[in-house]
Design a binder for this molecule. Structure first.
Ligand SMILES: C[S@@+](CC[C@H](N)C(=O)[O-])C[C@H]1O[C@@H](n2cnc3c(N)ncnc32)[C@H](O)[C@@H]1O
Length: 942
């Protein structure tokens, strides 16, 4: 919203309208009550409130929000009000006895602490037909208030400034100790409405009905003065005072009476106001004419000019005036349409009138001194002036209040800024409502700060700026700002300097913020590590090194499939052509070469990108597990020794040894050769092998080979030693890494793809396009050189780069197919057993294997015993083997026989039951079950 908008009525309307919407109020008028409540603290002390004319319910919402919990809130309107929690509403016309009855019913003999009235008659229908005008409605609401208000209670009503305003105020003053008129900031200035807050209801025992009778309170047309100079006497209701002699003049006077502020309209057009009083009685036309005689002879010519459209020259005398030298063509044309005249024209007409009156002898030319005396004569203050004075007072009050509020807001702002500096609180956290109430548009206006800096030519803290703003009138501030804008813009250098200073400050704050984050957030380090990984993956041109500069991530490129250059790529280029990382020339040369290759054979290119052979990494392979694997198992290993004790030593493959060396197998026992005889075991092995291979592709394990061969027997395994060397992994806090210095980036990436496949939807998408020949490799390369790759990072603040890293990346459109491929992959991954399950299975198998080995050894011993016969030997061997395989553990099933019917009370085996059995009591079974249930439930609860 621009400055102009902010000040104009429309802007204000928009502001409160939007705020009401934001804060869930049903009408912008809600803010009027908020403002009134702020000033007079009406709601927090009230336990019972009646809102007359409450639809759609904005005031009710405010009352509900600010009144103590459990208060009685009643709303009445001609229109139904959508339900509001804790609020009672009903439909009624407040001018009817039914409304009174309903109110009584809802009040349950309570008395209201507060009666609100924001009613406005339905001006959609013809004013003339409307039985009650606004102020009559006010009187009606006052009547209800006097009936339902508690002694000392308050009454708030909306009044339209009009001729009846003073009469109303007078009535209020008779019934309440304090009566104040106020115009809340949310009430538009152009609106004639004003709010009257009457406090401390006197609750007289008897109220003269005349106080509440519109006929007595409001002056009827005949009682109104015909001249603006005539003082208003609200008590007079019968003496019509008119100086006009003719009937035409009388009707004009009546009209004047209803428009007795017209003189202000004529000479002060900027104060033109809407007619809130409707038409004067008996005068329902908009076009009015007056005769020249009326104009010349009337006591209040200004008022006549203001209420008339045309002055006519009808009588002979008037026609004679047409020939007067004073009646120029200009004057004549002015008389023909008074509504289009300006101030000057009216002055000319008044001069014409004076001249004519002098000629006619109606006026005597006064000498200049007399004129002066006349001019300074203090005329009695008329109603309009009283209202203007009242308004002036209100405006002064308002500006004082605004200043106070601004000061408060500034203090708050200072606090918020401090908070921002300390905790990086988001400016959006600031309370919207308060912002609105203080009339503040933006709480954290960096622009203002910048301007301030520019103005004073030095770097100052934001708190200082806030302090300085204190006491500065809003309009003054705005004008100054406007002027300063020009001043600032004229000095670019100065501006630049100050921008830098501000940026420096921001950078510093950001650094502090990150520091705090790192202290607070345990995951921050992990995040940073990830960012570091991303840096590693970033595009650096076609080169063999790494670049820490770029912190973006090119997922495609990370996957080794897509080399889409990323922002900041050329930052490294810019660092110099002689940079060891390549530079533009090198990149361009490489690209040209690639293009050439692509031209010769696109498919070749594709192969090159997709299936670049992975160099066998013979140097250092770091596994993502805490294993510290020795290159060779020491011969003195306790595990091996124990195996050697047996006659048939089961040796494992080297990979198997590594596998069982993991910490998870610690304490399980000795390693022994696996027996491949057991079919069941074999199946399990296969299963495990599959899952293990999937679980960790870095380690290959072949249980079958482990069971059937030894290191000595299997030459292949012996060869293995030469080509596969495991070295202790370097402790690395960031998890899986590869040796940056030694590895070729492309190879590493290819390796990752081989191991893990494509990891991002973008990579899958581009790979699919390549495979389906929708794009060629060179096109892909070309697409990498886009605007995102030409992004200079030099001199940009860290916070900006950090933020850009999140969003400033190539947007590769992704198809459904690509997403589906990834999803499938994820599903397959999810379906795999988790590592712990695989480990547990392996442990179980390992123990079983050990048991079997032991049983075998024992069986051998039994077989060698000469004392035993073959049958006995066979029995013992089978028993041992059964134990080892766990088959003997299988318990024979016990049959449960319920002791009822024929089985009730029997001793011994029930009839027809073979094998193991148990007789149970039906009742006991139920009870035992119940007890178990209770026990289980108790456990769960604890
Ligand atoms: C400006 S709105 C009131 C807005 C309300 N204070 C709010 O915040 O939502 C004026 C209301 O006065 C109601 N009204 C006018 N004459 C009435 C009457 N005689 N009895 C009851 N309600 C009346 C209209 O129906 C209209 O809903």
């Amino acid at each position: 919203m621009g400055k102009h908008d902010k000040k104009s009525a429309k802007g204000r309307l928009d502001k409160f309208y939007k705020l009401a919407k934001d804060q869930g109020y049903r009408a912008r008028s809600a803010f009027k009550l908020i403002h009134l409540n702020r000033k007079y603290d009406l709601l927090s002390k009230s336990k019972c409130v009646i809102d007359l004319c409450a639809a759609p319910g904005g005031w009710l919402q405010v009352a509900e929000k600010y009144m103590p919990k459990g208060s009685l809130i009643i709303g009445v309107d001609l229109h139904p009000i959508k339900p509001i929690p804790h609020v009672t509403t009903f439909v009624a016309d407040i001018t009817t006895p039914e409304c009174r009855t309903q109110l009584k019913q809802n009040m349950h003999d309570w008395k209201a602490d507060l009666v609100l009235h924001d009613g406005a008659p339905n001006v959609g229908s013809a004013w003339v037909q409307d039985a009650f005008t606004q102020n009559e409605l006010v009187l009606q609401s006052l009547k209800l208030a006097t009936e339902f208000l508690i002694k000392g209670g308050s009454f708030v009503t909306k009044v339209f400034r009009s001729q009846d305003y003073n009469s109303l105020m007078w009535v209020f003053q008779q019934l309440f100790k304090t009566v104040e008129a106020t115009k809340p900031p949310s009430s538009r200035n152009v609106s004639a409405e004003i709010f009257v807050v009457c406090r401390e209801f006197l609750a007289p025992k008897h109220i003269d009905p005349k106080f509440l009778d519109p006929k007595h309170v409001f002056k009827d047309i005949s009682s109104l003065p015909t001249s603006i100079t005539e003082p208003i006497d609200p008590s007079s209701s019968t003496t019509p005072a008119t100086s006009a002699s003719t009937s035409a003049a009388a009707s004009a006077a009546a009209r004047l009476a209803s428009n007795n502020h017209s003189h202000a309209n004529v000479f002060m057009p900027e104060k033109k106001r809407r007619n809130r009083d409707g038409y004067a009685d008996g005068d329902y036309t908009l076009f009015h004419t007056a005769t020249a005689t009326e104009f010349v002879k009337i006591a209040d010519p200004v008022a006549l000019l203001g209420s008339t459209n045309k002055i006519e020259f009808l009588t002979d005398e008037e026609k004679l005036w047409l020939k007067s030298r004073h009646t120029t063509p200009d004057i004549l044309s002015n008389f023909s349409d008074l509504k289009v005249l300006g101030k000057g024209d009216f002055k000319a007409l008044m001069k014409w009138r004076l001249a004519l009156r002098l000629e006619l002898g109606l006026d005597v030319k006064a000498d200049p001194t007399q004129d002066v005396t006349e001019e300074i004569t203090v005329e009695p203050i008329d109603e309009e002036e009283q209202i203007s004075e009242e308004l002036k007072r209100l405006n002064e009050e308002k500006s004082t209040r605004q200043r106070r509020e601004r000061k408060k807001a500034n203090e708050k702002k200072a606090r918020e800024i401090l908070k921002l500096q300390l905790n990086m609180t988001a400016p959006e956290d600031l309370d919207n409502e308060d912002k609105a109430l203080s009339g503040e548009a933006e709480m954290f206006d960096l622009g203002e700060g910048e301007k301030e800096l520019s103005r004073h030519g030095r770097k100052r803290s934001l708190d200082e700026l806030v302090d300085e703003e204190d006491g500065l009138d809003e309009s003054e501030a705005e004008t100054e700002d406007e002027e300063e804008d020009d001043e600032v813009l004229s000095s670019d250098e100065e501006r630049e300097l100050r921008t830098q200073a501000l940026e420096g400050e921001l950078d510093h704050l950001y650094d502090e913020y990150r520091e705090r984050q790192s202290e607070r957030d345990a995951k921050y380090k992990v995040k940073q590590a990830r960012i570091k990984d991303k840096n590693f993956d970033a595009w650096h041109g076609i080169k063999q090194g790494s670049d820490d500069e770029d912190d973006g991530v090119d997922k495609g490129y990370r996957d080794g499939m897509v080399r889409v250059p990323r922002r900041g790529d050329d930052a490294s280029d810019d660092e110099g052509e002689d940079s060891e990382e390549g530079g533009w020339d090198v990149v361009a040369a490489q690209k040209a070469k690639l293009d050439q290759d692509a031209d010769s054979s696109d498919s070749e290119d594709e192969d090159e990108i997709e299936e670049r052979p992975i160099k066998k990494a013979k140097k250092a392979v770091h596994f993502d597990r805490p294993t510290v694997a020795p290159t060779r198992r020491p011969a003195s290993s306790g595990l091996v020794q124990s195996l050697q004790e047996g006659e048939k030593r089961a040796e494992m493959s080297r990979q198997a040894q590594l596998w069982f060396d993991q910490s998870v197998f610690k304490g399980v026992g000795d390693l022994a050769a696996l027996d491949g005889d057991d079919e069941e075991e074999e199946d399990e092995d296969e299963e495990m092998e599959d899952s293990e291979e999937e679980e960790d592709d870095d380690i290959e394990m072949d249980d079958a080979s482990a069971t059937s061969s030894t290191l000595d027997e299997d030459p292949e395994l012996a060869d293995d030693d030469d080509e596969f060397e495991i070295v202790p992994a370097e402790p690395d806090e960031h998890g899986p890494e590869w040796d940056v210095d030694d590895e070729n980036q492309d190879e590493v990436k290819q390796k990752i793809i081989k191991e893990k496949g494509l990891l991002t939807a973008e990579a899958v998408e581009l790979a699919t396009q390549l495979v389906n020949r929708k794009i060629t490799a060179s096109q892909l390369m070309d697409s990498g050189f886009n605007r995102l790759s030409g992004y200079h990072k030099d001199g940009l603040p860290t916070w900006f780069l950090d933020d850009e890293a999140k969003h400033y990346k190539a947007n590769i459109p992704i198809t459904k197919e690509a997403i589906n491929i990834l999803r499938e992959k994820q599903r397959a991954l999810d379906a795999r057993p988790i590592k712990k399950v695989a480990e547990a299975k392996a442990r179980k198998k390992f123990k079983a294997f050990q048991r079997q080995e032991k049983a075998k050894r024992k069986a051998d011993g039994v077989m060698e015993t000469e004392e035993l016969g073959d049958r006995e030997k066979a029995r013992q061997v089978s028993k041992m083997m059964g134990k080892a395989t766990g088959k003997s553990k299988e318990k024979k099933e016990k049959k449960v026989v319920v002791a009822r019917g024929a089985n009730k009370g029997i001793q011994g085996r029930p009839k027809g039951v073979k094998g193991r059995y148990k007789i149970v009591d039906a009742r006991m079974r139920k009870e035992v079950r119940a007890m178990k249930r209770v026990k289980k439930a108790g456990k769960k609860r604890s």
